[in-house]
Ligand binder design. Structure first.
Ligand SMILES: [Zn+2]
Length: 244
């Protein structure tokens, strides 16, 4: 079976695999855009939020066939400034968005678009405990955490297992898998610099999938790489969004 990321049971696909998007005026100005869509983004300001988002959308299109187009609709995907970088999961009748924080990386935005296209975090799959072991502090936090604290909202949102459909083998190389070093999440707490280790089965899965990361920079050679859409991520999006 192919490796692939997973889709939560409650998630809806974008009708016909078409995603209307729009940028805030500030994002367009900062990128030096002439119009409101991604036309000519290759020549826009490097590292600007809209430039990164346009490149990420183009990459998802190239890998999956999902189409992005600028439009003002109730369900338009809004790219908006945020204190963190996050996104909604799958298609909603309204309120679809990706928050992009200042200095966000291409890999981070690529990951958020994976959410928008329906992918959930690989480490939230029901079978994840066979492949990764969370650090004790995080396991404790998952049992009891002070609701209301930022860190606890994160723990309650991004770590419990979720019922899934459209999944195959666990893929530690998925763009949608967390890095074990998620320090930027909670810089104030050094324990977040190691949130999990791979189990024996996880190590075996990583040994297999990392071969496909070979052509990437060495910083990408780790579980949760945050550099590229893997072939397996692309397959699951195609199956979900386009039904192929
Ligand atoms: Zn995520």
């Amino acid at each position: 079976m192919a490796h692939a990321a997973a889709v939560a049971e409650w998630t809806s696909p974008w009708p016909k695999g078409e995603v209307p998007y729009r940028f805030t005026a500030d994002f367009l100005t900062a990128a030096g855009a002439r119009g409101r869509d991604c036309t000519g983004y290759e020549r826009w300001t490097r590292g600007a939020e809209a430039t990164i988002a346009c490149r990420a959308m183009a990459d998802w299109t190239a890998r999956t066939g999902v189409r992005f187009f600028q439009a003002d609709r109730l369900d338009s995907l809004d790219f908006i400034p945020g204190n963190g970088t996050d996104g909604t999961i799958g298609h909603w009748p309204a309120g679809n968005h990706v928050h992009i924080q200042k200095g966000a990386t291409y890999g981070a935005v690529l990951h958020e678009l994976g959410h928008v296209l329906g992918l959930m975090h690989e480490q939230q799959r029901p079978d994840r405990d066979r492949y990764i072991a969370f650090s004790k502090f995080l396991r404790d936090d998952m049992k009891s955490c002070n609701a209301g604290l930022n860190v606890c909202v994160d723990v309650a949102t991004n770590f419990p297992t979720i019922k899934t459909k459209l999944q195959s083998d666990y893929d530690p190389c998925s763009l949608m898998h967390y890095l074990s070093d998620q320090t930027p999440r909670h810089r104030e707490d050094p324990r977040w610099s190691k949130i999990y280790t791979l189990t024996k089965d996880g190590q075996a899965a990583f040994t297999k999938c990392r071969l496909k990361l070979k052509s990437l920079p060495s910083r990408c050679d780790k579980p949760g790489q945050k550099c590229t859409i893997t072939a397996e991520d692309a397959v699951i999006v195609r199956r979900f969004e386009l039904g192929t």
